[in-house]
Design a protein around this ligand. Sequence first.
Ligand code: 13P
Length: 274
Amino acid sequence: MQAWVIGNWKQNPATRHDVNALLDNLLTEIDAKAQANTSLLGSHSDRHCQLMVAPSCIHLAEVSTRLKHSPVICAAQDISEHSANTGAYTGDCSAKQVADSGATWTLLGHSERRQYHSEAHDSLVKKLTHAFAQNLRVVFCIGETQAQYDNKQTLEVIDTQLSVIKDLMTQQPELVASLANRLIIAYEPVWAIGTGKVPTVEEVSKTHAHIKQTVAGFASTADNMTVLYGGSVNAENADSFAADAMIDGALVGGASLKAESFLAIANAFEQAHS
Ligand code: 13P
């Protein structure tokens, strides 16, 4: 199974200049690795790890244009819940606008959106509907807080968050057949994001097995859903996550802002999946 390593740039970098510098580094390093044959990351036919980056929406068009002929896919970090198209929704960016910018994916349900923008079930069902209507593919983020982890509620919380997918399949059964192609789940424990704390690989592996089984229950075609781990993944710990068969890749925050660490993580998954 192909691995995925996705950089969530969040509200970074601050300027177009810095965005372009990061892209320069990323593309130069990918080219150099392909030339030196130290990694298969640069070669389309043999690649085992797909790379993706999700810049801030203000940089989306510029980044997707620059990545068009590269092995890196471009994603948005969010889309409007109110309309897939146009409307009087100040500050929002629709699925259609995102697709028109050249991005082909969007993140949805990131814990920072849930925390700072009160995103929850109904809003996420709408966002997924709009994304799929505009042929955007979705990285759907789920994960428990520290208190929920301490109370051993991880699987319960995840089941509640995944019921968004279940409801969508009930509302639009015609999506069942293509779900595995349209959707990736990213398991990101909130307490591991940006903290340097990580669950054990065994814990992540068990949770991913549960997620795969649960999603397969909503859509029989999605019998091996791609499930990524996110939360303090870095160049040092990527190997251990990559070695586990249940962990299909990583959603990376801080370490995706430097080409070197992002590609080291990608390389760990590339090697493990070769
Ligand atoms: P960090 O890798 O900085 O912990 O962030 C993870 C994350 O939130 C990716 O979406």
